[in-house]
Design a protein. Structure first.
Length: 149
């Protein structure tokens, strides 16, 4: 399955993935929310900055997924700290996510930039910052995705 994932533009998450500074992304919530349970090894993630551009700039293959059970505040902090070498969360994102009861840690492989292309803004299907897209081609606007990982 393909997923469209919005990443923090201020934290330069896409740039840090492409440069190899980070190899994992994280989602956290107080309940089991998307993408909890929806991401599998081998899925393809397409990354967009969360600044309103609606433009895919990079992609990667999911190499590992960890969906936590309900965590205590301390367990949540410990889980993030244990994976910080791969997450490379800046303080503002660490503070936002640490302490969440449900964490989804997604390891990435074959991270690469793509020729930027726009997606259709489908607010009706967008849940938060993650769209389980099925196939990316269904969201492409004016462009054809010619290469898959």
């Amino acid at each position: 399955m393909d997923h469209i994932v919005y990443l923090d533009a201020k934290a330069k998450e896409i740039e840090n993935l492409v440069l190899g500074n980070k190899s994992m992304i994280l989602r956290g919530a107080s309940a089991k929310e998307i993408p909890y349970g929806l991401v599998n090894e081998g899925d393809i993630l397409y990354f967009i900055n969360d600044n309103g551009e609606e433009e895919v700039k990079a992609m990667a293959i999911v190499s590992s997924v960890f969906n936590s059970e309900k965590l205590s505040n301390e367990e949540s902090f410990e889980t993030i700290i244990r994976n910080q070498d791969k997450l490379q969360l800046p303080d503002m994102l660490f503070e936002k996510l640490a302490g969440k009861q449900y964490l989804v840690l997604i390891g990435l492989d074959k991270i690469r930039e793509v020729k930027p292309f726009q997606i259709e803004n489908r607010n009706s299907t967008k849940i938060g910052d993650w769209i389980p897209a099925g196939r990316i081609e269904e969201y492409v606007k004016k462009y054809v995705v010619s290469s898959r990982l």
